[in-house]
Design a protein around this ligand. Structure first.
Ligand code: DQA
Length: 155
């Protein structure tokens, strides 16, 4: 089973960027924690970060036939990108959306997520720990899908 983690614009700046909002952890440190949780559960995990909307759309499309679930922090594109939402809807894989900060407590333009309706769930406001919650959540969701498939095959 494989999880693909997609990180949107400016998340490569974590650890440096607005630490009072996003914390001090660097993206590589967050990914190392996610990798440990995935490995413990015998899941493969791959990481991708881009500042470009089209590259994120391409990476989502590549998940078809390659991944069993997606964790995405679309960053600012979550508030604006119909293209990313459509890409997620096209691949029809389980998706967990993550935002480090609580977007609902911030400026009004951050209150809308265009991708939330095509996600299984959303984890917001728990800081970098949200990525760990997202990892265990997607593992649980994929496990349930596999169990359902196996039960149907036996019927
Ligand atoms: C963010 C919230 C977005 O509003 C913002 O543009 C980001 C990071 C978060 O993780 O809290 O870049 O997605």
């Amino acid at each position: 089973m494989k999880i693909v983690v997609i990180q949107g614009p400016n998340l490569n700046m974590l650890g440096h960027r607005e630490q009072h909002i996003y914390g001090a952890m660097k993206l590589e440190e967050i990914h190392a924690q996610m990798e440990a949780a995935a490995k413990q559960n015998n899941f493969e995990i791959e990481f991708f970060q881009s500042n470009l909307e089209g590259e994120i759309v391409d990476r989502i499309q590549e998940c078809l036939g390659e991944a069993d679930g997606i964790i995405i922090n679309p960053a600012a594109y979550g508030h604006t990108s119909i293209a990313i939402r459509d890409a997620l809807a096209s691949v029809a894989l389980p998706v967990v959306e993550v935002h480090i900060s609580n977007i609902y407590r911030r400026e009004e333009f951050r209150h809308t997520s265009l991708i939330a309706p095509v996600c299984a769930g959303q984890i917001v406001g728990f800081g970098p720990f949200g990525y760990h919650l997202a990892t265990v959540s997607i593992i649980q969701i994929i496990g349930e899908i596999v169990a359902r498939r196996e039960a149907q095959a036996k019927e």
